[in-house]
Ligand binder design. Structure first.
Ligand code: AHR
Length: 515
């Protein structure tokens, strides 16, 4: 049996977990909005057309922010199409997903829904085909009290109080040629700087996210960040990056180890931020944080490609589940397996271990599209396998993350030799509890985890939740919704020196502690 020893001391934290680390994302894509959030004239929806089952499930996740309205969609979206009387709203072509956007849901609807589910909106502006003027007008519409054209229009549309939206993304994935209005790093830096200036002239309290590099396969990876940060460092508060992990036939053990790829990806962004800061002597007290505003497992189950190389030159997505120009077709509705859920749990551990730099992280997405929650057209809601690790992370991942000293048996993977057990440890001082998240990526045998914890007078293991199973391909379905769910293990024979993690498992160990 493999053995790993992790040592922690309360004197050595990595950092505090910002509540926005557990956030998500909804895009006008497939059935994420229509059929996800919004399903009007149905017995299972409220008077605004918001699905009641979805509201309950989203509230339970206790999310920080929800990013909206895209994604690729935003780069050809005019927010003005989505306000005012619904009968007058125009249908538009959406080039990102080759669908028709009916515009029956827009910024006012999203803000009303976000208020009901208790989350802060994080709004992306269109910096692809959109103008900097239109971006500033959106801030005026949302955040200015009254007495100007756009703020008064919001009031006329039935929303007296300003939304005071704090977090704004300056476009989406502008580095990629699949993006409407894609541009070079230098062009983006100019446009984003001018948009930032005007948006902050409207409301100086807003926080801005610059579009950073997302995909390692692109020739501009990181060079993009270096170029844009030379100009944008004084103007923005965050840089975004995106990361999707894919089961591409590399084998379960390798896929389980793919948290290391996200870790490397985040280290790269940290490094380029440090370098950018060193070029800004006037801003030596300003730290730009990372906004990982899209992360998940995405196996591209309905994207047409012959090989992964196709992704390199992809300018439009060819989907197998829909024809072109349908309204909210059921696309990108991934079915997640137990294996995918364990990987999502591993990615969550990586995010925790990087909270010194990552202040916002959005699981992409929230509803129906590459998401933990799937709804059907008859009012049923399914929690996919990946819902469970994410829900446990949002519940127990609150407090301060401690820095590990690791002595572990290693495994040889596509990402190098890495510990067979990966953990993140969260000290919840207010409740005097310690939560240890642990992934055992050994698919053949259980592993022993030993914890050396310094700084506590007493430590008692109270709960061991594990997520595992014999069939890594198992999924949840509407017919069998509880096929793959976490279970509790007896803690009777477990000691700090000898915790047993089942083969291929993701675990949450909770301890009552006293300092
Ligand atoms: O989340 C799906 C898509 O993935 C988003 O629209 C885009 O930003 C990313 O490429």
């Amino acid at each position: 049996m493999m053995k790993s020893t992790y040592s922690y001391d309360t004197l050595f934290p990595i950092g505090n977990i910002d509540p926005k680390v557990w956030s998500s994302f909804t895009e006008h894509l497939g059935r994420s909005i229509y059929g996800g959030i919004y399903d009007p004239d149905k017995p299972f929806s409220d008077k605004n057309g918001f699905r009641n089952d979805v509201k309950t499930a989203v509230k339970d996740l206790n999310l920080g922010v929800i990013r909206y309205p895209g994604g690729n969609f935003v780069s050809n979206y005019d927010w003005k199409d989505g306000i005012g009387p619904k009968k007058d709203r125009k249908k538009r072509m959406d080039f990102a997903w080759s669908t028709v956007e009916p515009n029956q849901f827009g910024i006012d609807d999203f803000c009303a829904w976000a208020k009901e589910v208790g989350v802060e909106p994080m709004i992306a502006v269109n910096l692809g085909t959109g103008s900097i003027k239109s971006a500033a007008e959106l801030v005026e519409y949302c955040n200015h009290d009254s007495g100007t054209y756009w703020s008064d229009l919001r009031i006329k549309n039935g929303h007296r109080e300003p939304y005071n939206i704090k977090y704004w993304c300056l476009g989406n994935e502008m580095e990629g040629d699949w993006q409407a209005g894609h541009m070079s790093a230098a062009q983006y830096a100019d446009k984003a700087r001018e948009a930032a200036k005007m948006m902050k002239w409207v409301d100086s309290d807003i926080k801005l996210v610059a579009c950073g590099s997302s995909y390692e396969m692109l020739p501009t990876y990181l060079k993009w960040d270096e170029t844009i940060m030379k100009q944008l460092y004084p103007y923005v508060d965050y840089i975004s990056t995106h990361n999707y992990n894919m089961n591409s036939g590399q084998g379960a053990q390798n896929f389980l180890a793919s948290w290391k790829q996200l870790d490397d990806h985040i280290q790269n962004t940290k490094n380029v931020l440090n370098y950018s800061k060193s070029l800004q002597p006037k801003f030596k007290d300003k730290d730009i944080k990372i906004c990982l505003d899209e992360w998940n497992v995405w196996n591209m189950q309905d994207i047409k490609m012959d090989s992964l190389d196709d992704l390199n030159g992809m300018t439009t997505f060819e989907l197998t589940d829909a024809k072109k120009w349908e309204e909210h077709p059921a696309i990108l509705q991934e079915k997640y397996s137990l294996l995918d859920a364990l990987v999502v749990g591993g990615l969550g551990i990586t995010i925790l271990n990087n909270v010194d730099a990552v202040e916002i992280a959005c699981l992409a997405q929230l509803l129906n599209v590459i998401s933990p929650i799937t709804t059907d057209e008859d009012g049923h809601l399914l929690k996919q396998t990946i819902y469970y690790p994410f829900q446990l992370l949002t519940e127990y991942g609150r407090g301060e993350v401690l820095k590990p000293h690791i002595e572990s048996d290693t495994q040889s993977t596509d990402y190098g030799d890495i510990p067979v057990v990966e953990t993140a440890t969260v000290y919840d001082k207010a409740n005097q509890q310690l939560h240890v998240f642990a992934l055992n990526s050994d698919t053949k045998q259980s592993s022993t985890l030993a914890l050396h914890l310094t700084g506590f007078k007493s430590i008692n293991l109270t709960e061991h939740i594990t997520f595992t199973g014999d069939d890594l391909k198992a999924i949840n379905t509407f017919e069998n919704p509880n096929n793959v769910i976490p279970t509790k293990l007896s803690t009777e024979n477990e000691s700090l020196d000898n915790l047993t993690l089942p083969k291929a498992s993701w675990n949450v160990l909770t301890f009552d502690v006293a300092e």
